[in-house]
Ligand binder design. Structure first.
Ligand code: NAD
Ligand code: DAU
Length: 373
């Protein structure tokens, strides 16, 4: 096999980052330098098994720290960068947009600037190999009505502070390609699900709440639609785009799997009823619960809640031959199994800071709903 490539992955301790770092290392083609600030969203247990692996280095640090970035490029001479570090939760961006500006916009700009200086000094051979892959989201395109799909040509129309900060970062990445010739690639993916996702997000939150007999808070009337992709399929697409994507290329990624929120929650409850029936969970049996669906509670909607996301990923299929491999039923079962089998990880993720967030995000929703009745 050819020499392994050294790459920097930012945000490698987060949900998608953890899955991507594993994919890269298991491919035996990469050495990974994982730069992560370990915010609330990171989980130290996620990559604990890679400690001591000669193909893996972890550096705790912030992407806004230009000096640290420059020293990492100098020390590791990477053949490229997978940029994932971000504040990623829409509800938190509504409560505190500033963090999103700092990490997603300022942090991305600092990383671009350091990458530009590093790239300028590379040999022509190394230049031809180098890629700056920016992992972005379909939320930059705004919201769809009942019909249509997002493609690479959809105009940007971000609606939440999170989406606006990701859109701004995409624009800077594009500008560094156009102005300085930095070889960038942007991927815009739909909603990911799977192992290692922090339980502030819809699917793990519903699993965790169900198992502890807490309400399952569905925003609004549950009719909003998301297009779900199993995280490993997304990571394979990102790796492929890095290796084979056109310089300056943009790729929309999705698994053509639209689900209304309420039907998704019902599916999660159905699988849990099957593999962890409430009658077998002591604190739920005592309450006489027959199905987890009895825990569903409609709560006050997310302000500015985008109605529908759906991706047409024809370009990445046509140009790079990528296709999602994991069906939704199978992916959801794998995900639920993973959370049931990893109570230590889940308890690490749901400590005091998590409880504080849940109180902040959900107490007023339930109160407002009660008052409006
Ligand atoms: P996540 O919140 O699970 O993880 C983010 C990681 O980034 C964490 O490990 C955190 O510690 C780190 N981080 C945050 N701020 C940092 C900083 N200033 N410096 C260094 N590290 C920092 O996020 P995720 O869901 O894994 O998303 C990863 C990327 O993929 C993000 O850029 C997100 O916008 C994008 N994305 C996510 C989805 C999705 O459904 N989750 C879909 C499409 C695109
Ligand atoms: O589309 C890609 C994006 O998907 C990523 O860029 C984001 O980082 C990621 O967080 C995700 O954004 P969403 O806002 O779609 O994901 P979330 O899991 O927060 O919510 C999914 C849907 O479920 C959304 O319509 C809101 C709804 N929801 C969410 C939560 C947390 C609820 O009904 N109740 C909840 O408690």
């Amino acid at each position: 096999m050819a020499d392994k490539k050294t790459v920097i992955v930012t945000g490698g301790h987060g949900f998608i980052g953890t899955n991507l770092v594993r994919l890269l290392i298991n491919s035996r083609a990469y050495r990974v330098v994982n730069l992560d600030a370990l915010t609330y969203a990171a989980n130290a247990l996620s990559l604990a098994d890679l400690e001591g692996n000669p193909d893996y280095v972890f550096v705790r640090g912030n992407i806004t720290d230009s000096k640290l970035l420059a020293s990492l490029f100098e020390q590791y001479q990477p053949a490229g960068i997978f940029h994932l570090a971000a504040e990623s939760h829409v509800d938190r961006s509504i409560v505190n947009p500033e963090d999103f500006i700092q990490t997603n916009v300022v942090g991305t700009c600092r990383l671009l600037e350091v990458a530009r200086a590093y790239y300028a000094d590379l040999s022509e051979e190394k230049k031809s190999e180098f890629r700056f892959l920016h992992v972005s989201t379909d939320e930059v395109f705004g919201s769809l009505g009942a019909d249509g799909y997002f493609t690479e040509d959809t105009p940007y129309a971000p609606n939440s502070p999170y989406a606006a900060s990701k859109a701004a970062s995409d624009h800077f990445v594009r500008a560094y390609r156009h102005t300085y010739g930095l070889p960038t690639i942007i991927t815009n993916c739909s909603n990911n699900y799977g192992p290692y996702q922090f339980p502030e997000k819809m699917i793990p939150l519903m699993i965790l709440n169900a198992l502890s007999g807490k309400p399952l808070p569905v925003y609004g009337d549950g009719s909003n639609v998301r297009d779900w992709i199993y995280v490993e399929d997304h990571c394979k697409a990102v790796k492929l785009a890095f290796e084979k994507g056109a310089v300056g290329g943009e790729y929309a990624i999705g698994a053509s799997n639209e689900q209304k929120n309420i039907s998704l929650v019902n599916k999660i409850c159905g699988i849990l009823d099957d593999i962890a029936p409430p009658v077998e969970v002591p604190q739920l049996r005592e309450r006489g619960l027959k199905s987890y669906t009895e825990l569903i509670q409609f709560v006050t909607d997310r302000p500015g809640h985008d109605h529908r996301y759906a991706i047409d990923s024809a370009r990445i299929t046509r140009e790079l031959g990528w296709q999602a491999e994991v069906g939704f039923e199978e992916g959801l079962r794998r995900t639920i199994d993973w959370y049931l089998s990893n109570p230590k990880w889940l308890s690490q993720a749901s400590g005091a800071l998590y409880v504080e967030w849940i109180e902040k995000n959900y107490a007023w929703r339930a109160d407002a709903r009660r008052e409006s009745k």
